[in-house]
Design a protein around this ligand. Structure first.
Ligand SMILES: Nc1ncnc2c1ncn2[C@@H]1O[C@H](COP(=O)(O)OP(=O)(O)OP(=O)(O)O)[C@@H](O)[C@H]1O
Ligand SMILES: [Mg+2]
Length: 306
């Protein structure tokens, strides 16, 4: 009996070890010269972008990635409120040369860092060419200290948010099962496809009633995008409607920290895993001036000025 139990334990240990090695290999393959910039957006507002952003950041960080969150929802300070942390400085202080980029980063939970956009975007478009170059060099430091930069935006479809979407290496689109949210998500996908059919758009269904409903929406969106827009969507996963999300928001603490064993936290971990596994290696290998945070800012300014 005892022998058998020992053997079983050994087999399980071996499986765990193999899983750990394969995850470490995947994580190493993401660690490139530049950070991957992912814009989190939605067609309709209030669908869960900020909650997805902070909890995904925490989960990815726990998996060994260096993650920075940029709050680009101007006017409404979103991340600060959900983290319960008020940052002293914003990106605007970097743009006006008062601070360097490392001085404006705040510490978030679990080794994450976050950066408040403040009035940064308005200031960014006003810069002269040499001032902009200096800013790009400065913010370029983030490529050295982050593997992933998650940008939380306001609801999509405005020129400002579209610029953040088009400038990013990848887009993470959040929708709920509500028809209005799905229609607006589709409208956003269409706008992206009109500009760049190669753009990687990953979709998350949030607040679904059950797995079936979530998968059905992911499938339908993928089929419609493929057929009518000839754009390949990446269905990344779902988070069911879960009361702990609402509780955690009230406590100003991310649900993955307050309720790590909840269904919502489990779903976030599944999404993180898939995000790491699906990482587009070819694109990463071609990392150049056009990718990472430097490439992102250069493109962003072009789009904002267009
Ligand atoms: N999976 C979920 N289960 C239950 N409630 C949720 C879930 N996700 C989000 N919510 C609720 O929706 C609210 C809005 O979420 P969140 O602030 O993340 O949305 P948002 O898309 O960032 O909104 P905005 O467009 O205003 O920035 C949360 O405060 C919470 O009450
Ligand atoms: Mg938000």
């Amino acid at each position: 009996m005892r022998d058998q139990a020992d053997k079983l334990r050994q087999i399980i240990d071996n499986i765990k070890l193999r899983q750990a090695i394969s995850q470490a290999t995947l994580i190493n393959s993401i660690k490139k010269k530049t950070a991957k910039v992912i814009t989190v957006t939605s067609g309709k507002g209030g669908v869960g972008k900020t909650n997805v952003t902070i909890n995904l950041a925490i989960s990815l960080s726990e998996m060994g990635l260096r993650v920075i969150i940029l709050d680009a929802d101007f006017g409404l300070a979103n991340i600060d409120v959900l983290f319960g942390i008020i940052p002293k400085y914003t990106l605007a202080d970097v743009i006006s040369n008062k601070k360097n980029i490392l001085e404006v980063l705040s510490d978030g939970p679990k080794n994450t860092k976050f950066l408040s956009g403040g009035s940064g975007v308005e200031e960014l478009v006003k810069l002269e060419k040499n001032q902009l170059e200096r800013f790009v060099e400065n913010i370029g430091l983030l490529d050295k200290i982050a593997d992933i930069i998650l940008i939380d935006t306001g609801a999509g479809l405005s020129d400002n948010v579209m610029s953040f979407v088009m400038a990013a290496d990848e887009v993470l689109l959040v929708t709920t099962p509500e028809p209005t949210s799905i229609t607006d998500a589709y409208a956003l996908i269409k706008m992206v496809s009109n500009r760049d059919k190669e753009k990687i758009i990953r979709v998350i269904v949030n607040r679904a009633e059950n797995t079936h409903e979530a998968n059905d929406i992911l499938n339908k969106l993928s089929i419609v995008a493929d057929k009518f827009l000839t754009l390949k969507l990446n269905p990344l996963g779902f988070i069911l409607h879960d009361e702990v999300v609402i509780k955690a928001v009230k406590q100003q603490s991310p649900f993955t920290l307050s309720f790590p064993k909840s269904q919502a936290s489990k779903h976030i971990r599944e999404i993180s895993k898939r995000l790491i596994e699906d990482s587009d290696e070819k694109k990463d290998d071609n990392a150049d001036e056009n990718t990472g945070i430097k490439g992102f800012v250069s493109k962003l300014v072009k789009f904002l000025n267009a």
